[in-house]
Ligand binder design. Structure first.
Ligand SMILES: [Zn+2]
Length: 432
């Protein structure tokens, strides 16, 4: 049953006049962005030339960009995943990995992203004999350089790494051990850059229990992880992820499959989805990608607004910028244009994302107060958010700083979340 398409989200679009230009300037957070799914088309071509890879389906950057999006548009996760054969093929050397990581950070920063978790599967980059550790080092060094070059361009961004294991490859334990070793014994500068674990690849036929030993190791070593679930497979896969003790869920869009709808009581989450909501397990939703892989047939059917309304911890993500031809600004604009999202809803997604990041809590709080809130303040001050009924939020930020949101939008933000992020809910007060 597709409940999402029957429920019109209770948002009022009248005052929602966010433009693309405005959204582009907002400080954003992305938790789910694949390194091998976000290359610049020109870089794919140049790296292919450098390494002698002759199987690219197009020779010009624009044609190649179009090919990736078309191929990923097929409506099947398996087809979608085929596109990665080309990107991974050109990411088999230290300089190539370094460059791709650096450019990803630069591109995200250019898009106004202030915190990113980039994920990739080290095992996919060993075709030319690289050791797993060398692969991770190259990516981390590229990320560090990307942070520096972004700063030189006047953009502040912090980026971290999630190591993925491919579900079908049976190497999850090895990758979990690599991650634990890296975290405990890695180079001091690099250590903090690798923050979590994930399983990726074909979900159907490979339930989370396929990697249960790896998850056991990570739980024992207190390393957080996320699991792709509820994308190509449904509620059983989601239940499997929850049973493994996942901290977040990659996508989770199909949680609505265990909802029931009743005229008297409305929509009731079932056993699994209620657990996900009640434990506030963060959902890494990616509307464009979900549309491409056939989770929904039409964006208007995407469950994100419904899940957000029902109190799930929702975030919005790019997943694969190259394959989806998207950016964080684009994903947010889809929500603005399709569902009438305004400042309040976008802020809630951003606050949930930084709250769910795998970095230490003091760092999350610092990013919230120094990088995120000031940017939204500026939006309020410039009045470009189309806000009405201004409300002031004072967090533990610079004295005198103010943050205006429409009162009705603020009503939708979980006070607990703001408290966790160091913003006192009592400070949500009408101005004047
Ligand atoms: Zn993904």
């Amino acid at each position: 049953m597709d409940i999402s398409s029957r429920q019109t989200p209770n948002y009022t679009p009248e005052h929602k006049s966010l433009t693309r230009e405005t959204v582009a300037t907002l400080p954003k957070v992305v938790l789910h962005d694949h390194l091998d799914g976000g290359l610049r088309p020109r870089t794919v071509i140049e790296l292919a030339t450098e390494c002698g890879y002759g199987a690219l389906p197009a020779t010009g950057p624009d044609a190649l960009r179009g090919w990736f999006v078309d191929a990923a548009d097929s409506g099947s996760l398996e087809k979608y995943l085929e596109t990665f054969a080309h990107t991974c093929a050109v990411m088999q050397t230290i300089p190539a990995l370094h460059r791709v990581a650096r450019e990803a950070v630069e591109d995200l920063a250019e898009d106004g992203v202030v915190y990113a978790e980039l994920r990739f599967a080290p095992e996919q980059h060993r075709e030319r004999g690289l050791e797993l550790g060398a692969v991770v080092d190259a990516v981390v060094e590229g990320i560090i350089e990307g942070e520096k070059t972004a700063a030189l361009a006047g953009r502040t961004i912090r980026a971290r790494v999630i190591l993925c294991a491919m579900r079908h490859a049976d190497r999850a334990q090895e990758i979990a051990d690599l991650l634990v070793g890296y975290r405990n014994d890695g180079d001091r500068e690099h250590r903090g850059y690798v923050v979590g674990f994930d399983i990726a690849g074909a979900e159907d036929g490979f339930p989370p229990s396929c990697c249960t030993g790896a998850f056991e190791t990570l739980r024992r070593e207190l390393v957080p992880f996320t699991i792709h679930a509820g994308e190509a497979a449904g509620i059983d896969s989601l239940e499997g992820a929850v049973r493994e003790g996942t901290w977040r869920i990659g996508h989770g869009a199909r949680l609505y499959e265990d909802f029931t709808a009743d005229l008297d009581t409305g929509i009731e989450p079932g056993r699994v989805s209620a657990f996900v909501r009640d434990r506030q397990i963060v959902l890494e939703l990616a509307p464009s990608s979900n549309l491409q892989t056939g989770v929904v047939d039409d964006l208007v059917d995407h469950p994100l607004p419904l899940l957000q309304q029902l109190g799930f911890a929702c975030t919005v993500n790019t997943d694969n910028r190259l394959m989806s031809g998207t950016t964080m600004t684009d994903e947010m604009m889809l929500l603005v244009d399709t569902f009438g999202y305004g400042v309040g809803e976008l802020f809630e997604l951003t606050a949930t994302a930084i709250g769910g990041a795998f970095i230490p809590e003091p760092e999350r709080r610092e990013i919230m107060s120094t990088l995120i809130v000031p940017g939204w303040d500026e939006l309020a001050e410039n009045g470009t958010g189309g806000t009405t009924g201004p409300v002031t939020v004072d967090g533990d930020r610079d004295p005198g700083a103010s943050f205006e949101l429409p009162e009705e939008d603020l009503a939708g933000i979980d006070p607990q979340l703001l408290a966790e992020l160091g913003i006192d809910p009592d400070d949500l007060r009408p101005r004047g």
